[in-house]
Design a protein around this ligand. Sequence first.
Ligand code: HEM
Length: 538
Amino acid sequence: TDPVWPNDKTDELERLLFEQEGFRTSEIAVFAKGCAVALGQPGRIFAAEWLRNAYHDMATADVLAGTGGMDASILYEQDRDENEGDAFLETRAAVADFQTRRSSMADLFALALVFAVGACSDGDILVPLRGGRVDATGPGPSGVPQPHEDIASHTASFARQGFNATEMIALVACGHTIGGVHDKDFPTIVPVKNSSVENSQFFDTTRSHFDNRVAIEFVDNTTNNALAVGANTTTRSDQRIFTSDGGKMIGDMAASNDYFTSTCSRLLERMINTVPRGVVLSDVVELYPVKPWFLNLGVSENRTMTLSGIVRIADALLTKSSQVRLHFNPRSGKPCSATSNPPCAVATATTADSMKSTCVYTKCPATFTYFQFKTSVPISQGVSSFIVEIMDEGGAAVTYDNGGNGFPWPDTLQPQLQLSHVDYPAHGEFNITLHLVVAVLNAEQFTSGIEAIFYEPTEPTDPQFEQIAHFSPVTVPLAMSNKLEGTNYTFYNLTYTRTRLDHTHPFDVVAKGGDGVEVSNTFNDWLKFPGSPLAIDI
Ligand code: HEM
């Protein structure tokens, strides 16, 4: 069954994971596309850096103690010998703009691993992603394995991370199937060839393919893997690890690419799901075939409300000439039909050539088309939810009702985009000011007031630690401004100034009354507001 929308824990990750390239997407995965070497840096593969980053973040886990794991603490551990190289800050640079309290840095590191393995296997391996990782607030203990250590030390360190001796062999092979060892970072393993470019001695002959060549070439003795056959015997850790069970596991991996990929998929999933005790991961992020976006409800003087927004539809549900219509259920909650009284509101949604997104793998789990809609309904009728109908050229229609109850769109507490705006700073200034207007239905029930909760990155106490934002809530009450004549809506407003342009992440509006009455609405992005560079005018 399809997931039911919305889901605060996974919706943001769902967007980042499946909408990779195209209409208003993050474009993070584009850096990993084709598992290619970086332009002008023939030794650097972003996907390989993202995979190594995830391992180094996880590798200090102590599963018995319940500490460490995927928690982005790697960003506080840059000064350690065990974290030589640029991979970690490079990974951060690729994802940091998308850190919100619904997509932690550690979640984004897991996402980057999923992209890396997906891109390097061209969509063959889609490691299941969960959300909910919690970012560390400082460095953890050290303990990332290093090439000069002996096999006993490596075995003990993987055991601490939760992987037995056989899994250690497999996991190292899964890591060392893309990328290689950089001469500038490990000159004692790979002699420096040319200091002006990023050079690597690659682990196998298919440096940009997540495949079992690393195992095949090791087994048949043709490998050029510097950690297996490098001139420096002390740092031949792959050699010691791959032969530690007499060569059985690496032999099995060499014998079957299917076995290699299924083993890696399973172990890498476990690797990114290794989190400190007490951290609860979400369910696996599943794709919504139909997903609302940018919903905007504006109430107006003439006693109507305008409903506008976007629905993202998986192309698998569409034909070239599909018609998309939305049917809005009234505030009373009664499902609407052609014979409803009042008649149900229907909007035809339209699309444009530019309103498409895809993923960077050829074997893409889904591509999407975005449809926008705009209609109005009497305020007295209101809205509570909607269903989406897709009709093909023959007139056959399929409806999508979000698991039965429609896509919820309660009209009690709604930011008013048409009355709100954002002032961006003039050149050389920093303040960004939000002028927010919220329409509240039957406001008298909310005797304890209405407030907005913003989440601001706390200033780092130590500049070395500014790598990860930690969000703290800032609560701002809204002031009543006026009633909308002839309706039960009242406008509330606030003005809120912040000094940072980054992290324009979700904020909540909450209304509270007696008897536990509480309504809240998460407003997803400042960037939707008129005046902001990305506002959509539907
Ligand atoms: C005993 C365990 C391990 C040791 C000693 C080790 C050591 C190394 C070293 C020295 C490099 C070269 C890094 C550079 O030059 O930037 C490297 C690269 C890499 N390692 Fe490991 N590694 C181990 C396990 C793993 C595991 C378990 C994974 C992932 C599952 C992994 C993933 C990678 C990747 C993807 C690269 C290539 C990075 C690039 O090309 O930028 N490694 N490893």
